[in-house]
Design a protein around this ligand. Structure first.
Ligand code: ARG
Length: 457
């Protein structure tokens, strides 16, 4: 059988052009969505009496048979038929004969491909929401285990103030919570149906677009046929959300890499998430978090790639838009795989509480509390800051930590210091003192956990 659009042509397509313009190698991933869209379209055509119901039934049976063959891996797609839409139409014609040619009434590949992408992204987004939840769940499980585990909190990667490990993990919980919200919100816009827009201007047939939307579970139809076939915002939005999620995945991965280094030894990743070195027998490399960090690059690339493809396009469909697919498919696969790995990796990591605690005990991260101490004795914060700065310098010069200075030494800097400062310097006291809403004290963190658990319901 020749090309479905061959009528107007007198020459065969150049072979290089054929493979250059074909998308079947990647858009076959949309095969099931293409069939789903066609089943709804043909049903609507029948109900609107545009084609006889008998023909509708024959076409539907044919499509369902092809669907089964695809699921059983029995179908060989061909580059000659360019893309998934024409491949399936060709298979249908082979299956049911010329009546199959009625399927494409009142539609174009332009509204068809957009519909396939909407259906595909909706399905994938719903799955991704569940996967984000699984990461949140893993973070919550670890956070609940570590509501008394104290670690150094950093700014500029310099020890800043001690915090609860649970507090640190929960920071990621909230990032993923916003990601989840973004994914959920994006479905509103994915749920606009382009089908029925035709090539660009609508169709001469008395179709019922709302009926097709209803059959496919869309909330509404695009009110403008040009917009319907030109719009790829929903994919850009998906890639943006995916990029933000990958940023979060990458940041936590970076921390896992650092924390599992010999220098920190705050955590140990489970053996099943690490690999060895072909030459250095002692190595246990955090390949998984490294690769998660690395894969962030390709997702950003896919976002910028699509934005660039779209920025200069006149309305309506242009072949450039075929370039929307690989980046989207790759992003779905990358993000899905990343979230699937991140959740169990977090859940199985072993936390070295002692190492974390000895880190906070051997630093100057309680200095702010000393300044706050002087403030409670009536000194303005700026002056207190200056005094403690000098005290810290003195301690460093004498090779001591703050808790190792004597009260006499303290009193050289301010007569306001009394015996109770030694209590104030304890890491646990430092943590507990930060009892403002959203702070790191145990009771605040427990409250945060409750709120987080509520979000997971
Ligand atoms: N394979 C095409 C794509 O992915 C389908 C739409 C083709 N439409 C057209 N008028 N050539 O964009």
């Amino acid at each position: 059988m020749s090309k479905l659009w061959g009528g107007r042509f007198t020459k065969e397509t150049n072979e290089l052009v054929e493979s250059f313009t074909a998308s079947i190698s990647f858009d076959q991933k949309l095969a099931l969505e293409d069939i789903e869209g066609s089943l709804a379209h043909v049903q609507m055509l029948g109900e609107c009496e545009i084609i006889p119901m008998d023909d509708v039934e024959v076409i539907k049976q044919g499509l369902k048979k092809i669907e089964k063959q695809i699921l059983n891996n029995e179908v060989q797609f061909s580059v000659e038929d360019e893309d998934i839409h024409m491949n399936i139409e060709k298979l249908l014609l082979e299956e049911v004969g010329p009546v199959g040619g009625k399927l494409h009434t009142g539609r174009s590949r332009n509204d068809q491909v957009a519909t396939d992408m909407h259906l595909y992204l909706r399905k994938q987004t719903l799955e991704l929401i569940e996967l984000v939840k699984s990461v949140q769940n893993a973070l919550l499980i670890q956070a609940k285990e570590h509501t008394e585990t104290i670690m150094p909190g950093y700014t500029h990667l310099q020890r800043a103030q001690p915090i609860l490990f649970a507090h640190h993990l929960l920071a990621y919980f909230w990032m993923f919570e916003r990601d989840k919200e973004r994914l959920v919100d994006s479905i509103k816009r994915i749920n606009w149906l382009p089908l029925g827009a035709g090539a660009l201007a609508g169709t001469t047939f008395p179709i019922d677009r709302n009926r097709t939307a209803e059959l496919l579970g869309f909330e509404t139809v695009y009110p403008n046929s040009l917009d319907a076939v030109s719009d790829r915002d929903f994919i850009v939005e998906f890639l943006s959300i995916a990029s933000i999620i990958m940023t979060h995945i990458s940041r936590i991965s970076e921390e896992l890499v650092i924390w599992s280094s010999q220098e920190y030894q705050f955590i140990e990743l489970d053996d099943s998430f690490c690999t060895g070195s072909s030459i250095m027998p002692q190595k246990k490399n955090p390949d998984v978090p490294e690769l998660l960090r690395g894969k962030t690059g390709r997702v950003y690339g896919n976002l910028i790639g699509l934005l660039t493809v779209l920025k200069g396009l006149p309305l309506a469909y242009n072949k450039d838009m075929q370039e929307d697919k690989e980046g989207m498919l790759d992003t779905v696969e990358t993000l899905n795989g990343s979230l699937r790995l991140l959740a169990p990796m977090i859940e199985t990591m072993v936390v070295n509480k002692e190492k974390m605690y000895s880190a906070v005990s051997q630093d100057y991260s309680n200095a702010t509390d000393l300044a706050d101490y002087l403030v409670t004795k009536g000194l303005p914060f700026r002056q207190a800051h200056e005094i403690i700065g000098k005290t810290v310098l003195y301690a460093i010069q004498h090779n001591k930590y703050l808790f190792e200075l004597t009260l006499d030494e303290y009193q050289q800097f301010s007569s306001l210091f009394a015996e109770d400062i030694f209590k104030v310097l304890q890491p646990k006291h430092v943590v507990e003192a930060r009892n403002s809403f959203g702070g790191t004290s145990i009771s605040q963190v427990l409250q945060q956990i409750q709120l987080a658990e509520h979000k997971m319901k």
